[in-house]
Ligand binder design. Sequence first.
Ligand code: FE
Length: 229
Amino acid sequence: MVIREFTIKTLICQSVSPVVLSKSLIINDTLMAYEMTSPNPGELAGISAKTNEIHHDKLYAGYVTKRNEITEKQKSFTDEQLSAANQIFSEWRGLKEGETFATNGMILHEVFFDILGGDGNPDGTTIKDVIMNQWGTWERFVGEFTATAMGARGWAILAFDRSDNALHIYAADSQNHGGVWGATPVLPCDVYEHGYFIDFGSDRKGYIAAFLKNVNWARVEERFTAASR
Ligand code: FE
């Protein structure tokens, strides 16, 4: 039996980036299981260990578990079950809807947790220069990022978009709505209420400011460099 590690990044974008977004195992060339790749950052400035315990250990873990479950479930479908697929309601449609929700939930959360744990200072990074070049001032970038995070129902995502080789701040109302094909998230801010209600109540703006204070820009830089290579 041959067992080797495999990465989703390798699967979808072999030539672009060596950054590992997700891990799974290949056993005899069959995709077996996805795993969590980003550690729980623990207590952060303004964001409690309790929030991260629930967010990372239960919710992020849940997306990975469900992605595995959905992947396995699809394999078990018979030709007869496949032929029952229907856009109004069908089991296959339900799996496909859940698949994109779980997959994007897994990817966005692993980038989210990976880029936390820093001091929020971007000085000395190339991505700061790129941001300044695109947005004019750091304050303007923070203003647009904050506005997007206030306006979105799920995520504000700074992403490097292959379609124009530029950074964009995209808004996603849900994990499987609002994503842009070919864009790689480098700084996603989770604005679902589970991310902040324990620590900030309804003060989402306070949470967004705390999120930015905890960003590890060196990690964002690594992801940006890999995505834009
Ligand atoms: Fe979340």
